[in-house]
Design a binder for this molecule. Sequence first.
Ligand code: UDP
Length: 250
Amino acid sequence: MKKINILGAMVDRVTMEEAVEKALGFLKEEGSHAIYTPNSEIVMAAYRDPSFCEVLNSGDLIIADGIGLVHASKILKEPLPERVAGFDLASRLIRESADGAHSLYFFGGRPGVAQKAIANLKAEYPNLSVSGFSDGYFDAEKEKTIIADIKEKKPDILFVCLGAPKQEKWIAAHRDELGVPLCLGVGGSLDVWAGEVERAPEKYQKAGLEWLYRLMKQPSRFFRMLELPKFGLTVLFKGKAVQTKGKRHE
Ligand code: UDP
């Protein structure tokens, strides 16, 4: 599968349909698989932290969750076919599991959020097979219980919603032990399924302005979003060098 090197992160050049096909294919294969969904902020974090970059690149499918990555791919002259939002991919996989064919486990979010999300999803898809859930705030002791619960419930798909880089590091550290066929790191998706956070209206998504909508709704994201111009400038000035030499240049 074709990949593009964006500041060291190896992003798969796939459409949404190809990503869905790939994800469903993982469920038929042996072993555990991980899908990561970086946006520009996360790629910038990986550029700064080589150990996180390695974690990100250990994913079996790495999709471009943010429009910034699509713009970057054009600057780097290897255009990504489209943005593949992690939330959209996760929602598609839930729809593909509507007949109960794949069991799902939801891990992350504040206490109570996963239950709300599951109730909403079950109202939409009554035959959905949900094998378990846990909130995403834990100490070492609670983490052991969560891991034991996932191992016991043996879901086919595990949605890990702890935010980046925590979720990617968590999946990379535990995927072999858990043996779940497919783990996805999908940030704030549980908040959206639970109705706690609104997804940007389609016109914002289509215009590539979902980041602006999120900023208006959650102004506390402002400082995180300062990473976006830094990302753009880094791609402009260092992106090609990283691409051709395959390593970071300070
Ligand atoms: N979260 C969590 N445990 C933590 C930190 C965060 O479960 O220790 C959850 C948080 O409740 C939220 C999600 O992770 O639901 C992160 O959401 P955000 O919108 O920041 O994620 P993004 O998709 O932007 O990475």
